[in-house]
Design a protein around this ligand. Structure first.
Ligand code: NOJ
Length: 529
């Protein structure tokens, strides 16, 4: 079994982020303070009491920087300014100060792979000639073919269509995402210096860390080689194979060392990277001691509700960090994937399974990232065509409905839409059926998903059973598993088989659903000591 560098015995206390529960706030959808239908920083500040009650340790705020919002803020035109849609710097400072007052850390996104096409650098690049200093901050190339009308290579964009767009003088620029998100050239020293300035800017304002967007994508391989033909037909979610030249170039690790150096100037700060790689070996390289503090491991977001598959995913996530000082991270949902209630089948079955997986993830050693609304058991929403805003919908010629369904604003209180999210019209329609899922309703119901999360988070923080960093597996009936925290003794058993199985011995701390005498019912997990 693994042993992380998390201190035990006489070692100093673990750093705050080494076993934290982070809560991802998709800023547009959390809480709107000014009635324009879009969530904002003041909205978050007004809900800090809720976040403290829920029991999370830290926030991750998705981008709130100046942006034309072509990808809802992941297209940044000024990384050191707050977009007026979300507030201003004074609102940000108030939020950080008050969150700290509630004992909650604040981490924010940085987007170093690309800028917006409205960033002053890109505007200048379009006006400047080929081979100019202005163009060298991005990835401009001549096209192929006699008249240069064929893109420089065959790379597709993650959002559909080619990863290249041609400009007025015939050159092409690279964009791994939408044409409104031109990729930066990380060989350029101005690009590196600008990220350092951005990191220091926010650290000086008191943030506790960063989530690094597209952390496996910033560096591009020399010569920009074509992608192997067989990969071109693969669905967007499966394309981060080691053979995909768009991601995971060796040089990306130099950028992580640069980020780490800046973080080291601010003791206690941290960075977590968005790493969509296929193998544990690829992943491990990002969490070497002088690179990222944490890496998002997304294996649980692509794993079915099946005990063997979940156990394999857990083992892989632990293995990927086993030779690193970095603890494992666990995440079931985020703003880029379908919500797990829906992935697990939706309806009451999806909810039962999501409750069970909440205990599985919160019982594990390491760091947990919750996605806003999972504590309410929100499902994905099937939105009508007219409501869709994700650039994926247009870029794929209306074949991929995109990610809006997992980004619908949160229901807070009351009985009519949008349930206290906004005094105006929410940017995405909130379903009437969410009346029963509001925070207000669930706070009063001891059987609600919210009550389960609150209880689980409290136990995770206070009960000695959650000590230590190592895990061992017990024998379990087919379709089930049981792991035990070696340091603390907590046992977590999961039943994904079709029928009841005997409960493991021990005193029940918490169960995801009603227990049946001495049996663990199907689609249920339990914590025991
Ligand atoms: C990953 C972010 O999570 C996603 O929402 C965004 O569209 C892409 N990176 C591009 O920045």
């Amino acid at each position: 079994m693994r042993r992380t560098a998390e201190p035990e015995g006489d070692d100093p206390a673990p750093l705050w982020w080494q076993r934290a529960v982070f809560y991802q706030i998709y800023v547009r959808s959390f809480a709107d303070s000014d009635g324009d239908g879009v969530g904002d920083l003041e909205g978050i500040r007004s809900r800090l009491g809720y976040l403290e009650l829920l029991g999370v340790d830290a926030l991750w705020l998705t981008p709130f920087f100046r942006s034309p919002m072509a990808d809802h803020g992941y297209d940044v035109s000024d990384p050191r300014a707050v977009d007026p849609l979300f507030g201003d710097l004074a609102a940000f400072d108030r939020l950080v100060a008050e969150a700290h007052g509630h004992g909650i850390k604040v981490t924010i996104d940085v987007v170093p792979n690309h800028t917006s096409d409205e960033h002053p650098w890109f505007r200048a690049a379009l006006l400047a000639p080929p081979n100019s200093r202005e163009r060298s901050r991005y990835v401009f190339r001549d096209g192929r073919g006699p008249d240069g009308s064929v893109p420089p290579n065959n790379w597709p964009s993650v959002f559909g269509g080619p990863a290249w767009t041609r400009v007025h003088d015939g050159q092409w620029y690279l964009h791994l995402f939408s044409p409104r998100q031109p990729d930066l050239n990380w060989d350029n020293s101005e690009v590196r210096a600008d990220l350092v300035e951005t990191l220091r800017f926010w650290l000086d304002r008191g943030v506790d860390g960063f989530r690094v967007d597209v952390a496996d994508g910033m560096a591009k391989p020399q010569g920009l080689p074509d992608m192997p033909e067989y990969l071109l037909s693969i669905d967007r979610s499966a394309t981060h194979s080691p053979a995909d030249p768009r991601f995971d170039a060796d040089e990306v690790h130099e950028i992580h060392r640069l980020i780490r150096k800046v973080a080291d100037e601010y003791p206690g700060s941290m960075a977590v990277g968005e790493i969509w790689v296929e193998t544990d070996e690829q992943f491990a390289r990002y969490v070497r001691p002088d690179e990222l503090h944490l890496g998002f491991n997304f294996t649980l977001t692509t794993t079915d509700f099946d005990a063997d598959a979940v156990r394999r995913a857990i083992d892989h996530s632990l293995e990927a960090v086993s030779r690193s000082p970095s603890p494992a991270t666990w995440t079931l949902s985020n703003h880029d994937v379908d919500r797990h209630v829906t992935r697990y089948g939706g309806g009451s079955q999806g909810l039962r399974r999501a409750r069970a997986m909440a205990l599985v993830q919160l019982g594990l050693p390491g760091v947990v990232y919750l996605y806003n609304g999972e504590e309410l058991g929100l499902p994905n929403v099937s939105l009508p065509d007219w409501a869709l805003q994700d650039p994926l919908w247009e870029r794929t010629g209306h074949t991929d409905r995109g990610r809006d369904g997992s980004r619908v604003p949160l229901p807070w209180e009351g009985s009519s839409v949008p349930f206290g999210f906004s005094a105006g019209k929410p940017w995405l329609p909130v379903p009437e059926e969410w009346a029963g899922l509001t925070v207000e309703t669930q706070l009063e119901d001891p059987e609600s998903m919210l009550s389960l999360y609150r209880h689980a988070l409290e136990l995770r923080k206070t009960h000695a059973g959650f000590g230590g960093t190592e895990l061992e597996w017990y024998g379990a009936p087919p379709g089930c598993f049981a792991y035990r925290r070696k340091g603390g003794g907590l046992i977590c058993a999961l039943n994904t088989s079709g029928g009841p199985v005997p409960l493991p011995p021990g005193e029940v701390l918490l169960a995801s659903g009603p227990l049946d005498g001495t049996d663990l019912p199907p689609e249920t997990a339990v914590w025991l000591v």
